[in-house]
Structures are given as structure tokens and as C-alpha cells.
Unconditional design. Structure first.
Length: 141
């Protein structure tokens, strides 16, 4: 996708938003806020109530569950998206490994985007379904 805005380019790489049109990506970008988080900042804390999601534009972050590292996240990945749907507790802790540029999208903003980009709801359901299938396969074969 050719676009002059680097934020739009980054959003286009997020699997959840990959099939969005430029117009839809513009709406998502307009509903988000860009921040810079320092090394060591905890983006999400396991067990805490979530109210926003973070899209990593640059830098890396480590995800851990109950003190065990479960992965490293980098540009194009989204953190905390389940909280956009249910205000439920965070399932992991995610900490910045270095200075990270992030887009922050809170639940109110995200719901507004879903209302203006209905096809995003279908993609969100497909993404969550794929995760459930992956977990099912890992645990039950």
C-alpha cells in the first residue's frame, strides 16, 4: 500500500488491519494517539483491568505470564486488544525492552472505529477465532 503517512504504513502491517482500505486505516489512525514509551515501561500488567490496546510502531517488548517469558513483540504487533472488547483482566504483562513508539487506542475510540468500519468487526472475529483454534490445537491436538 503506497501512502505518505508512516503511521498508515505501520497499521497496514498489523494483521488485524492488513485488509483495511486506506480510508479505513485513516480512521483507525485518527482514533489513536502516538506515544513514546521508555525502556522498562509496563504497557500491560497481568491481572489488571485493561482499557486500551497498543500497536508497536518501533522497538520491542517482552510478554510474560506469571513471571515466565512467553515471547517478544515488535513492530506491527498489537498488545491488549482483548481489553478493547471486554474490559477484562490482562492475560500477560508486557514491558518495553527499549524505547518504543506506540499507537494507543482506547476502548471508546476503538468502538467508534468499529461503528465507522463495520468490516473490521468481521476481521476481529476472524483473528480471535484463529487464536482459539491455535490454542485448541496446542492443548488438544
Amino acid at each position: 500500500m503506497a501512502h505518505d503517512d508512516p503511521t498508515i504504513e505501520h497499521l497496514a502491517e498489523v494483521p488485524l488491519f492488513r485488509d483495511c482500505t486506506a480510508r479505513e486505516l485513516d480512521k483507525i489512525a485518527a482514533a489513536s494517539t502516538e506515544i513514546v514509551a521508555p525502556t522498562g515501561r509496563v504497557l500491560v500488567d497481568q491481572g489488571q483491568t485493561g482499557r486500551e490496546a497498543f500497536i508497536i510502531l518501533s522497538g520491542t517488548a517482552t510478554a510474560s505470564r506469571s513471571g515466565q517469558t512467553i515471547g517478544t513483540l515488535g513492530p506491527g504487533e498489537i498488545v491488549g486488544e482483548l481489553s478493547l472488547l471486554d474490559h477484562g483482566p490482562r492475560t500477560a504483562t508486557v514491558t518495553c525492552d527499549c524505547e518504543c513508539r506506540l499507537l494507543v487506542l482506547d476502548q471508546r475510540q476503538f468502538r467508534s472505529v468499529l461503528e465507522s468500519v463495520p468490516s473490521l468487526s468481521v476481521r476481529l472475529l476472524a483473528t480471535l477465532s484463529a487464536r482459539i483454534r491455535d490454542l485448541d490445537h496446542r492443548y488438544y491436538g
